[in-house]
Design a protein around this ligand. Sequence first.
Ligand code: PLP
Length: 391
Amino acid sequence: MNKIKNKYGFATKAIHVGEEPNFSDGATGDVVVPIHLSTTFARKKVTEPTAGYDYTRSLNPTRKALESKLASLENADFGLAFSSGLAAETTLVLALLQQGDHIVAFDDLYGGTKRLFNHIIINYGIEISYVDASNTDKVSKAIQPNTRLVWIESPSNPLLKLCDIKAVAEIAHKHNLILVVDNTFLSPYFQNPLDLGADVVLHSSTKYIGGHSDVLGGSIMLSDETLYEKIKYQQNATGAVLAPFDSYLTMRGIKTLELRMQRHHQNALLIAVFLEQHPKVNRVIYPGLESHPQHHLAKQQTTGSGGIISFEIAGTIDDATRFLERLTLFALAESLGGVESLIELPALMTHASVSKDSREKIGITDTLIRISIGIEDSKDLINDLKHGFND
Ligand SMILES: *Cc1c(COP(=O)(O)O)cnc(C)c1O
């Protein structure tokens, strides 16, 4: 794995790792790894599983191919594929923490992560403190004697705040803590948290990694063998593995990850500039714009800003709703990271469960709109937005 990790560029790894043709006796030289649906594997000798395989929850050839591909994309030694991003998160927390432990988490985490922490994990006697981790000092101050994990996401959703991953990693390591980075929003193409000092990277592969809005999944990449063994043991013991067919679909998506991310970024930048110049727009949030307060940090720790833009339309929530309902190409839908453009109103959709007060306190106003820019023709997307504005 290490040899491949260092030898090839991103696109080559995305296409070849885990799918090297097998020319051994009886093998057929498939260029694409077959979908191994078998749940169990026969053996010739009682004590020797054939090629290490005995039961699909523990190890499956299609999932294994995906896992090595995933690892290579984050320059990691190990990868694990789960049935969803949240399944990966649950497995990770339960594998590494015990009753009485404490997590320092970014206060602007994905809503589903907060629900998992606040309504499920907390019942296991694990404590969570939320801090504005975009301010590194606040992370230091929140660390307690029982803290075990620091959990961040950069950029955040939908406000696209950045955390200085290198600085947070230094703080975490000074206190012997594990730093987990949810890297879903940028994909491994634009940001590699392990290279910046993080210990564990997590993705909802439902988003950019899969990329086609047709397969749910989660992934964990890391190079610490002890942590890997613990998480893998927990995954097998609790069962949140990715199905063989879904592993195949995810691999199929990964092969074009570089091309897709380049196009997402290119389209997003054009649209961010269009929105920033539009008289009916109050503000645009996109780390790739010089107007983003952390644009400098974005340039330091990422190689591109991805496809998510948030902007505030002038007027009331009704103006925002009218704008959204006039669009024809942008689908009015939650989720992100697919080839098709999606748009949503956090106040009434993804963040509807957050009270208006708390929403406004962190900056999610009633007219804040989040777009996941797809890879369509940018001119068609801009024309659709113009139509929405009634230009
Ligand atoms: C979607 C998402 C998740 C959860 O992933 P699922 O695959 O939906 O379970 C976690 N983190 C982020 C940043 C996400 O966008």
